[in-house]
Design a protein around this ligand. Structure first.
Ligand code: ADP
Ligand code: GLC
Length: 479
């Protein structure tokens, strides 16, 4: 089976969040099932060096206002198709935002171009290679099935995966002409959304199947509280909507071999994890305290992640003797509030503002628990890394967090399967209670160690999910 993935990011090359990890992982996970996957990505400056060793497989004299070409290259075990369109992608800084912190004004064109080329490859193939299935991810690839439909009556089947419905790619209807969209599709059944164009809605409306990254989020998406305006359409497509959990790369995230840890460890050598905690305390200027847990947070600082609630409960948390190490970046107000908290609770709260992959591994290894109080979380990856490193997740009961963490309630403790703590509703009071409960569990050393072992045993790889994707794709090919 040949699979074309289309996305705006892909680890380890270019990443702003979990989307990148998942795009980098799916082709590898599926290759073990005999799938030949290729990933179409924009050629951002960060990919220039990799592209230098590739070959040009197609040239376009005019792609939305400039010349472009496609470069095929294999790197880090992934077959990439890089869309080299300097007028769209060759610019410094963030892949989505300009220096003023606002979206690049031409984002609709930038990602329409990506979708257009994806559609062309879907319909015409490239370099003697034609995909059986086209797999579009998030709004940036939402127009793929629309363009394919405009090009032919019999396009290959398209699967649209929603990683986060908060980002929909909604733009003015006046762009229809410049984006090459047939106005016939500008209807409530098509890509029209309250008088504007929605890339994500287009993807949902025109794809054969829609997936999201956890079963619970798939159900939540059909509710007004979570669907962000698209719940009606998703209810209508209910029989084509499926939640498939993300996995993680078990080689990159392996406490037994992770090269950046102070000390590697396994579930049989849990005591060694403590050396990582000591290193972490040093790195974040935290006092050591064997009686209370060291919590960590590794996150984008946005409304979604609920980290404003953690600021509210900080006094209670510190009062209980717990400590916090936070790594994150994003919303400037939240960044400042956390810097202020680190000053106020010196020795108890340590904060690093920024993005640091190495440090994120060291935190997963050194902390006792990882806090994820998200208001919504399609899947979430950091709780999965936490499970793998015996760092117990304390999570809001929503989306993929609800599906991957087993709350330490009495039944789970008795059955010896608890792996963390869940709380609901997502309020400061419930979070404070969850932190309190975690501190109590931590004090019961045997219970806590048993939970760590359960967590480390919990399957967080791609095996199951790869099979589910394969079954979905096979079903489409024989339909
Ligand atoms: P989202 O995609 O919504 O940001 P996920 O939990 O799916 O949430 O994925 C986040 C990914 O980004 C994880 O791999 C996490 O480790 C990483 N990450 C987030 N913030 C940082 C940071 N400041 N430094 C390093 N890695 C980070
Ligand atoms: C999104 C979601 C996150 C998910 C990731 C990968 O960024 O916010 O929950 O894990 O995509 O699917």
């Amino acid at each position: 089976m040949k699979l074309l993935l289309i996305a705006s990011e892909c680890a380890p090359f270019i990443k702003t969040g979990g989307l990148a990890d998942v795009i980098g992982a799916i082709p590898k996970a599926l290759s073990e099932e005999g799938v030949e996957g290729r990933v179409l990505l924009p050629l951002y400056p960060a990919l220039q060096q990799i592209a230098a060793s590739g070959v040009t497989v197609a040239e376009f004299s005019d792609l939305f206002g400039g010349a472009a070409r496609l470069v095929a290259v294999t790197a880090e075990g992934l077959d990439l198709l890089l869309l080299d369109a300097p007028h769209l992608y060759d610019r410094p800084g963030s892949i989505y935002l300009g220096r003023d912190g606002q979206d690049w004004h031409d984002n609709p064109t930038r990602f329409a171009a990506l979708s257009h080329i994806g559609a062309r490859i879907g319909v015409n193939g490239i370099d003697g290679w034609s995909p059986d299935i086209v797999h579009a991810h998030d709004w940036q690839a939402g127009l793929v099935p629309v363009y394919m439909r405009q090009m032919t009556n019999s396009p290959p089947p398209c699967v649209m995966t929603i990683h986060n419905i908060a980002f929909q790619g909604v733009f003015g209807a006046d762009m229809m002409g410049s984006l090459g969209l047939d106005p016939a599709g500008f209807t409530p059944e098509g890509f029209e959304y309250y008088g504007r164009i929605s890339f994500l809605k287009a993807g949902i409306a025109y794809s054969q199947k829609i997936t999201t990254v956890s079963p619970t989020y798939a159900r939540e998406l059909m509710l007004p509280e979570f669907g962000m305006g698209l719940e009606g359409l998703l209810q209508a497509r209910k029989s084509d909507l499926l939640g498939i959990l993300n996995g993680i790369d078990l080689e990159v995230w392996n406490p037994q071999t992770d090269p950046v840890l102070e000390q590697t460890f396994t579930s049989r050598t849990l005591k060694r994890k403590h050396q990582n905690r000591t290193a972490l305390e040093r790195r974040f200027d935290l006092q050591s305290d064997p009686d209370a847990p060291l919590f960590c947070v590794i996150s984008r600082l946005t409304e979604q992640k609920g980290l404003d609630l953690l600021l509210e409960v900080m006094p209670q948390m510190v009062e209980r003797g717990a400590r916090l190490a936070l790594l994150g970046s994003g919303n400037p107000d939240l960044e400042n509030a956390y810097k202020q908290a680190a000053r106020q609770y010196q020795g108890r709260v340590g904060v690093v503002i920024g993005y640091d992959e190495t440090l994120s591994h060291q935190m997963q290894a050194g902390a006792d628990a990882i806090l994820i109080p998200s208001r919504f979380e399609p899947c979430g990856l950091t709780q999965l890394y936490g499970l793998r490193y015996g760092t117990l997740p304390v999570v809001a009961r929503t989306g993929g967090l609800a599906d991957t963490v087993i709350d330490a309630n009495d039944a789970a403790l008795q059955s010896k399967c608890a792996t963390g703590v869940q709380f609901a509703p997502v309020t400061a009071a419930a979070l404070a209670q969850a932190i309190d409960r975690t501190c109590d569990l931590f004090a019961e050393t045997d219970t806590w160690s048993a939970m760590m072992r359960n967590a480390m045993k919990h399957p967080v790889g791609w095996d199951q999910s790869a099979k589910q994707y394969l079954a979905l794709f096979n079903g489409l090919m024989t339909a």
